[in-house]
Design a protein around this ligand. Structure first.
Ligand code: PDD
Length: 286
């Protein structure tokens, strides 16, 4: 493959990404037994970093994995990582697995975790994506019942996104038993009668860092914000549909299953949230 020329961190060492190697017995490779984070960087500063660290700590706790670094340690690591890349906008990816051990489903005793971190230049959503929006397809949510854990076991997400790709769409909107959950790698937002509505933060979705952020932005700009379960027919009849994630920020979805969402164009609530989102990022310029 064509390797990005970047430096990464692996188990205490800094080395070119192309030279970083892990054992075939790593439990991340064998079982998907690990957790991760994706943090956007604007103006060379990680955005909402402490929220990402808090979510990572929670994921670690939920899977019984000792967090290898304290908050100061993660701050230092990420600062150094940002310094290895010239781009002002980056996204940081890190993952921690339960380490290298003889293949056995139970947790190995006394095995140090594998800690890997890299950064990549981040191309923010394009003007075309912002102005023309994305296309989505609906799909039954076939993932496990602990989607609140940011686990590297991502086969369910991979299959959902591939389904979208094969149907000429940018994202899959997933429904479990007829209720909206989330995208393959994004949270979903429905607008009905001017109110932004998100699915409950339970075990069936990952609580995105942009989930709380959208709530704050709605407060800031006076958009009513509601959290409740949404039936499929409510989603299909909504005025606007949007997604949020670290890499896609906030983007409108203008078509679902080939039918227009609302009038088939990015809506007014999206436009206001988009502006508030950009304004919040501009604050980092100082
Ligand atoms: N994914 N839900 C799922 C299933 C996700 O994978 C993501 C993010 C989100 C949004 O979370 P956040 O706002 O913290 O990015 C919701 C990241 C971007 C990824 O796996 O690459």
């Amino acid at each position: 493959m064509d390797w990005p020329q970047s430096t990464c961190y692996l188990n205490g060492e800094w080395l070119p990404l192309a030279e970083a190697k892990i054992s075939v017995l790593d439990r991340g490779f064998i079982f998907g037994d690990g957790i991760y984070e994706v943090v956007p960087v604007y103006y060379r500063k990680p955005f909402r970093f402490d929220n990402h660290l808090a979510r990572f700590e929670r994921s670690a706790r939920e899977i019984g994995l000792a967090n290898p670094l304290d908050r100061a340690g993660w701050h230092a690591l990420v600062e150094r990582l940002i310094a290895t890349c010239e781009a002002a906008e980056q996204f940081i990816y890190w993952q921690v697995t339960r380490g290298v051990a003889r293949r056995d489903f139970s947790f190995p005793a006394g095995t140090p975790p594998t800690v890997f971190a890299m950064t990549t230049p981040f191309a923010r959503p394009s003007q075309t994506q912002r102005e023309q929006g994305l296309r989505a397809v609906s799909r039954a949510d076939e993932r496990w019942l602990r989607c609140d854990i940011k686990s590297v076991s991502l086969l369910g997400a991979v299959l959902a996104r591939q389904f979208a790709t094969e149907h000429g769409a940018d994202e899959a909107v997933q429904f479990r038993d007829g209720w909206l959950t989330e995208g393959s790698s994004s949270n979903m937002w429905v607008v009905r009668d001017g109110t932004a509505i998100g699915a409950p933060r339970d075990r069936l979705i990952l609580e995105g860092i942009r989930y709380g952020f959208v709530g704050e932005l709605c407060d800031r700009i006076g958009v009513p914000f509601e959290v409740r379960r949404l039936r499929r027919d409510e989603v299909e009849a909504c005025d606007e549909l949007m997604l949020t994630s670290a890499t896609r920020e906030i983007l409108p979805i203008v078509a679902l299953d080939g039918r227009p969402v609302g009038d088939g164009r990015p809506g007014p609530v999206y436009a206001r949230l988009r502006k508030a989102y950009d304004d919040a990022i501009e604050v980092l310029r100082q």
